[in-house]
Design a protein around this ligand. Structure first.
Ligand code: PLP
Length: 343
């Protein structure tokens, strides 16, 4: 890899990891997006939204970027703003992981909270209203509006190209849907490249993008809570199936993958992997199933991987974790013990 001078030059070329394989040759591959700077997929689209705004003359030198974020988009925008000399204000709530908020601040972002400390409700709609109002009343400010920005999905085109460099084809693309940018952006580009996967979207139980009246949920960064509008980046024309996964199942999966495999998944990736593992045997034999891991578990040590936090919210479920452990053991080769001589 050549020497680089910008952090954003480190975006992409993330590894593809085989988590599971059935006896009929179907395999579950994880696109490990936590290997991007900021530890998340969203920096891909953050860069793309800013380059697009510059190109269209919507963001000028010394301008002010404003976005409503659950954390990962804000982290990506904080990097791009630092690199390109913009001011960045993230409109946030206390539902976001504390580490994400601290890291945004560390990179010079201003944080504006829509609720007081101690209120950790997900407040997507209040955040978006405030971000829009702030941008409207400030000089040279630009609201990136990720839910309705076409550059969001386009930011993932390179990810689809990377997939087809690593595998011949993607038969099933199964991933979390928040704004929809990552799943539908990747699906769009795969189609352009002649690969038409069966597309499965995953959202938390409580999210409303695939129907239902909704309710609260703890999976961070994903889904559409009741009251929030579903943005244009959710492209239903590309969706073959929408699946809901409970917080308990999603978090049990992240925890089981950590103990069985030594791989730390974030809560939303736990949800996607749960949906994939429990359906793996139903997919046609020989299928290549790809799941996008939006971020890693290291961001959730105080929540998903903290027994007290889990217990206090009624989310700790040893049986659910055991079920995932059993699935992983069924679909993964037995561990090899013994000393392997170093070369
Ligand atoms: C942890 C996590 N999971 C899932 C998603 C959903 O991705 P998208 O907005 O591309 O649908 C996000 C987006 O912010 C995220 O941060």
């Amino acid at each position: 890899m050549p020497l680089v001078t910008r952090v954003t030059d480190l975006i992409g070329r993330t590894p593809l990891f085989e988590l599971a394989a059935t006896q009929t040759g179907t395999r579950l591959l994880l696109k490990l997006e936590q290997f991007n700077p900021t530890g998340a997929a969203k920096i891909r689209m953050a860069r793309h939204m800013i380059l697009d705004a510059e190109h269209r003359g919507l963001l000028r030198s010394g301008g002010h970027i404003i976005e409503s974020t659950s954390g990962n988009t804000g982290l990506g925008l904080a990097v791009v703003a630092a690199e390109r000399g913009y001011r960045f204000t993230a409109v946030v709530d206390h539902h976001a992981s504390k580490d994400k908020l601290r890291a945004m601040r560390a990179m010079g972002a201003d944080l504006v909270f829509v609720a007081d400390e101690g209120n950790d409700d997900l407040a997507t709609s209040a955040r978006e209203d405030l971000a829009e109002a702030m941008a409207a009343e400030r000089e040279n400010a630009y609201f990136t509006e990720q839910h309705n920005n076409t550059a969001n999905a386009m930011g993932y085109y390179a990810m689809a190209e990377e997939l087809l460099e690593d595998v011949d084809r993607v038969d099933i693309l199964l991933s979390a849907v928040g704004t929809g940018g990552s799943l539908f952006g990747a699906a769009t580009r795969l189609r352009e490249l002649g690969c038409v996967p069966y597309v499965v979207g995953v959202e938390p139980v409580g999210s409303i993008a695939f129907g239902g009246s909704g309710g609260p949920y703890w999976q961070s960064g994903t889904g559409t809570p009741p009251g929030a509008t579903i943005g244009a980046a959710v492209d239903y024309s590309l969706l073959d199936e929408g699946v809901k996964v409970s917080d308990t199942a999603a978090f049990a999966t992240a925890r089981a993958v950590a103990t069985e495999v030594g791989l730390m998944l974030g809560g939303s990736a736990g949800g996607s992997v749960h949906a994939a593992l429990t359906r793996l045997a139903q997919f046609p034999p020989g299928s290549t199933v790809v799941t996008i891991v939006c971020d890693g578990g290291e961001k959730y040590l105080d929540t998903v991987f903290d027994n007290s936090w889990m217990r206090d919210r009624g989310l700790l479920d040893a049986d659910a974790e055991q079920e995932v452990v059993q699935l992983l053991r069924r679909y993964r080769p037995a561990p090899r013990h013994g000393f392997v001589e170093a070369r």
